[in-house]
Design a protein around this ligand. Structure first.
Ligand SMILES: [Fe+2]
Length: 141
């Protein structure tokens, strides 16, 4: 994947909040993870620091994605299966990045950055928000 990585961090804004505390806290944490990755890439220190980022991503997946799935399922969200599939793809991709890193692939940090940027914009800020809105419209709190 190609493109440029701006050193400017992503800024968590109130307008991104969905109003469910547990979800908003984790969404904000994800901003922290991607900003950390940006920082270590900019400082050309990623190969050394990336294991901490993998750790944070596994934590995000184990604690947040699973909770979101439980909440969506229990609330009767109609797009649950597709949403879970998207989470599974995320987890598989992170596992693949870890393998690439272990094999010494050069561009792993940059590739992972673009993947996470896409996840932030298309999944977190779009897909998750859409799911929460769907639930809210039906009175689920
Ligand atoms: Fe999600």
């Amino acid at each position: 994947m190609s493109g440029t990585i701006s050193p400017e961090p992503f800024v968590w804004k109130d307008e991104y909040k969905v109003g469910v505390k547990a979800i908003d806290e984790h969404r904000e944490k994800f901003f922290g993870i991607i900003n950390n990755l940006k920082k270590v890439i900019t400082e050309k220190d990623c190969r050394i620091q990336v294991s901490d980022i993998f750790f944070s991503l596994v934590h995000y997946a184990e604690h947040y994605l699973i909770n979101e799935e439980i909440w969506f399922k229990e609330s009767g969200y109609s797009g649950f299966s597709k949403h879970k599939e998207s989470h599974n793809n995320f987890i598989e991709r992170i596992i693949k990045f870890k393998e690439d890193y272990r094999k010494g692939k050069k561009e792993v940090c940059e590739d992972m950055y673009f993947f996470l940027e896409n996840w932030l914009i298309n999944h977190i800020l779009h897909y998750d928000t859409e799911a929460v809105e769907w639930l809210r419209e039906r009175g689920v709190k």
